[in-house]
Design a protein around this ligand. Structure first.
Ligand SMILES: Cc1cc2nc3c(=O)[nH]c(=O)nc-3n(C[C@H](O)[C@H](O)[C@H](O)COP(=O)(O)OP(=O)(O)OC[C@H]3O[C@@H](n4cnc5c(N)ncnc54)[C@H](O)[C@@H]3O)c2cc1C
Length: 450
């Protein structure tokens, strides 16, 4: 701890990274003010992790509730930071806290960048995930998927989308479109259990035969790879639909093909080969194109940060200090940095997916938050004087009032929790019941406030 001084830290974002920063710094006695866009805390732990993973979600929720009960932790949900939002980045810096940590995740979407990507039936994975997790703004929007869905990607998010399509939407077919080959798949074998009962094994075998020569050129034996691939289809969850799932490897979508109503009818695909690159491989386009029919396309290829927030930004990331400090963890990696001035933004830090978009699971985001808290502690130790939470909170309330914002505190969250539980029995949500509109949540928060 920085001497015996209590200081005030604003944590923007209440996902796993922000909650880790808040937890570590609150335990040493600092006053923590959490500002969060969503009414509810948890970030992607609430609105990303598959909603039927009740054990994982429940465990995280319990930890987060415990944190928010602490007297020195002040929660403000429904407060968005950004230009034209409840607070700008400069407003937040102007509150007078001793440090500000941005853990606002990776809210931007990577441009898909293929012709036709604005057609009806083209989706970003995150929007689909937000839809089935009932994030306000997404929960009630229709997502017309058709019967044959192409999901671009080979990671856990691709599997989560397939999980929803197979077990809940019960579409006819899901095809995972993978730029490289089966060896380069990225998903966790455990995750495939949610969908492996629906694998089209004949189709997968045929696909391996189709690409066997290209695999052989990089020393991959197609029979062995197929065995390793299908050996992971164990402990499959019981089948609940007749959906078939298959894979299309060594394939890059080049163009979305549409019908007369600008609705997806397929993909123009380019065949790829694999070239060795060190220990790894790269995909190289063969300029051989073919049509792949499908009704909708979901791009599950990762996210980027939201460049409109107002933090220095470059190439999909908020910029951090390029000048390493040699400390462990290295302070520079967490310090926001303005390339236009060549200066570190004094007292402003980044952690979690806001620092490295789409990097790892909850455990990785939490560890990033823990490391960031160490860096913030080191920074606070260099600053003389205590922080005054009353003054900072007073300014914050005044600013939010001026903007006619409707922040939600921990009492409001409790009221919301009670209201949601009362709907649980009638619910047709996946997992727990959730309201999918802020207005509805705010209504029950007002009614239930004690
Ligand atoms: C589809 C999907 C499934 C996943 N499944 C799993 C899984 O099964 N297991 C697992 O361990 N991990 C899973 N993960 C990964 C895990 O969710 C992330 O590692 C983790 O949530 C990242 O934490 P974070 O705090 O950096 O960001 P986030 O979780 O994104 O939290 C960001 C927070 O910032 C707030 N915020 C955003 N913008 C603003 C703003 N402008 N102003 C104020 N607040 C803002 C948001 O409201 C949110 O609360 C999954 C991720 C995805 C995308």
């Amino acid at each position: 701890m920085s001497g015996t001084q209590t200081q005030v830290i604003v944590v923007a974002g209440a996902g796993p990274a922000g909650m880790a920063v808040a937890s570590t710094l609150s335990k040493v006695g600092h006053e923590i003010i959490i500002l969060n866009r969503d009414i509810k805390f948890g970030g992607l732990a609430e609105y990303g992790i598959f909603p039927s993973k009740l054990k994982l979600r429940g465990g995280l929720k319990k930890q987060y509730w415990e944190l928010l009960q602490q007297k020195n932790v002040h929660y403000f949900g429904n407060v968005s930071i950004g230009n034209g939002k409840d607070l700008t980045v400069e407003d937040v810096r102007g509150l007078g806290a001793n440090a500000v940590v941005f853990t606002i995740g990776a809210q931007g979407t990577k441009a898909i960048g293929v012709e036709g990507d604005s057609a009806q039936g083209v989706f970003h994975a995150k929007d689909v995930v937000y839809h089935f997790n009932r994030l306000p703004g997404f929960g009630d929007r229709p997502f017309e998927m058709g019967q044959h869905v192409a999901v671009i990607g080979a990671g856990d998010v691709m599997v989560d989308i397939a999980h929803w399509l197979i077990r809940y939407k019960k579409v006819e077919r899901v095809t995972a479109i993978v730029r490289r080959g089966p060896v380069e798949r990225k998903y966790n074998p455990k995750e495939i259990r949610s969908v492996c009962a629906n694998m089209d094994l004949d189709g997968i075998k045929a696909e391996f035969e189709r690409i066997q020569d290209r695999l052989a050129k990089v020393g991959q034996n197609s029979d062995e790879v197929l065995k390793a691939f299908t050996d992971e289809f164990t402990k499959c969850e019981a089948k609940v639909s007749e959906t078939k799932m298959d894979f299309r490897f060594l394939a890059s979508p080049k163009r979305i093909l549409v019908d007369g109503n600008n609705r997806v009818r397929g993909l123009e695909m380019e065949d790829n080969r694999l070239d060795p690159k060190g220990e790894d491989t790269v995909a190289v386009g063969l300029k051989a194109y073919y049509e792949f029919p499908c009704d909708s396309v979901v791009f599950a290829v990762g996210d980027k940060v939201d460049e409109t927030v107002g933090l220095p930004y470059k190439n999909g990331m908020f910029t951090t200090n390029p000048n390493k400090t040699g400390n462990d963890p290295d302070d520079a990696l967490f310090q926001a940095y303005d390339e236009s001035t060549g200066q570190v933004m004094d007292g402003v830090f980044l952690a979690g997916w806001a620092r490295k978009a789409s990097e790892g699971l909850v455990g990785v985001a939490k560890r990033d938050g823990d490391w960031c808290a160490e860096v913030v502690e080191r920074y606070l130790a260099t600053k003389a004087g205590e922080g005054d939470a009353k003054i900072v909170l007073g300014r914050l309330h005044a600013r939010l009032k001026q903007r006619q914002s409707r922040p939600v505190d921990v009492n409001g969250l409790r009221a919301l929790d009670v209201a949601e539980h009362s709907f649980a029995e009638k619910s047709d949500c996946i997992g727990e019941f959730k309201f999918s509109a802020n207005q509805e949540m705010l209504k029950y928060i007002e009614q239930g406030r004690v």
